[in-house]
Design a protein around this ligand. Structure first.
Ligand code: IPM
Ligand code: MG
Length: 373
């Protein structure tokens, strides 16, 4: 790490709502530390998104912010949403800002790694032997399926009653590109992909199977491909999660299964994610990094939220957008050592123990980074 890297890289920081700003603050302290110590520098700009953007501009995502995101090398995202905005028309909900970003940036591949840090094997609601050493990757399709499918909406029928409509729709191309991402990841891991769907009731699930098999047979003969129904997968994740290496699935199933996988690691506050777009001619991908958890309005502003999922999302940015493997390892190892030294926010602490603050967890990670450089 001799010279400062990344100085020409544009990173847009969108802290968002709820606990978003306070967890992002801890990430930015690491960014500033990297800058000060000439480990890595980024051209950082910060903007509003979600409810915060609505309060300031009347929309959860302004055109200017979208433009910034599209012209950045990476976006660091906190969280959006909260009861304050639930009375707004659907199109103005804070979540619409995030969904629009995903769609406009074409972030079709959402990587959600569920890794159990050894120090946390007892923090899981499952027995230690079920989760110790767990390392699985959920690859969730993020720009298609029922989240975006048409027709959608609520219509009033002739008898005056209403009907709500959403549509699960996937093209072969959409399935193929995310299946490829899963196979590529599996090649660098333990070589196994499990495709998850409801092919027993949904035709689109049958197409997922066919296309995944074709991708594997034509280009990834060394990858072992299996199939599982989504309901069974939910059950297997809590019964025997270590059977999985890479799971690839649709937008909705990926949303649900990744919350489940997150709890295996001890807390929803531990799971980072990377959302990646297609590679351009130079191999670069648009990318957004965000914790899997939501904005947790009940604890927002109290300095008790766990910043680790956000910090680990930053590490994913270093790894996937900027190829800074050493620096990503530095951050992840610092998190591992801070946990080993006993740092626990409320979500990770034993039921009778008081957790430390968001800031104190940030301090603990920074201290470990400092020791290692
Ligand atoms: C997630 C979240 C989002 C989703 C919400 C906030 C729109 O639950 O990223 O998992 O449903 O995709
Ligand atoms: Mg979710």
């Amino acid at each position: 790490m001799a010279q400062t890297r990344g100085a020409n890289r544009k990173v847009l920081v969108l802290p968002g709502d709820g606990i978003g700003p306070e967890i992002m603050r801890e990430v930015l302290r690491i960014v500033h530390f990297f800058d000060r110590r000439h480990i890595a520098s980024f051209d950082i700009s910060e903007d509003l998104v979600g409810g915060a953007a609505y309060d300031a501009h009347g929309t959860p995502l302004t055109e200017a912010t979208l433009h910034e995101a599209l012209s950045s090398d990476a976006v660091l995202f906190g969280s959006v949403g909260g009861p304050k905005w639930e009375k707004l028309p659907f199109e103005l909900w804070p979540e619409r800002g995030l969904l629009r970003l995903r769609k406009e940036m074409d972030l079709f591949a959402n990587l959600r790694p569920a890794v159990v840090f050894d120090a946390l094997a007892d923090a899981s609601s499952l027995k230690r032997e079920i989760v110790a050493g767990l390392d699985l990757m959920i690859v969730r399709e993020l720009t298609g399926g029922i989240y975006f499918g048409e027709p959608r909406g609520i219509e009033t029928l002739s008898d005056g009653t209403r009907r709500g409509i959403n549509t699960e729709v996937y093209s072969e191309e959409e399935i193929e590109r995310v299946a490829r991402v899963a196979c590529e990841l599996a090649k660098k891991r333990r070589g196994r992909v499990c495709e998850v769907d409801k092919a027993n009731v949904m035709e689109s699930g049958g197409l997922w199977r066919e296309v995944a098999q074709r991708v594997r047979d034509s280009d990834y003969p060394d990858v072992e491909l299996s199939f599982m129904y989504a309901d069974n997968c939910a059950m297997q994740l809590v019964r025997n999660p270590k059977q999985f290496d890479v799971i690839v699935t649709s937008n909705l199933f990926g949303d649900i299964l990744s919350d489940c996988a997150a709890m295996l690691t001890g807390s929803l506050g531990m799971l980072p994610s990377a959302s990646l777009g297609p590679a351009d001619a130079s191999g670069r991908r648009k990318a957004l990094y965000e914790p899997v958890h939501g904005s947790a309005p009940d604890i927002a502003g109290k300095d008790v939220a766990n910043p680790l999922a956000c910090i680990l999302s930053f590490a994913m940015m270093l790894r996937y957008s900027f190829d800074m493997t050493e620096e990503a390892d530095l951050v992840e190892n610092a998190v591992r050592r801070a946990l080993a030294a006993g740092a626990r926010t409320n979500d990770l602490a034993a039921p009778d123990a008081a957790g430390i603050s968001t800031r104190a967890m940030g301090d603990a990670v920074l201290r470990e980074i400092e020791k290692a450089v």
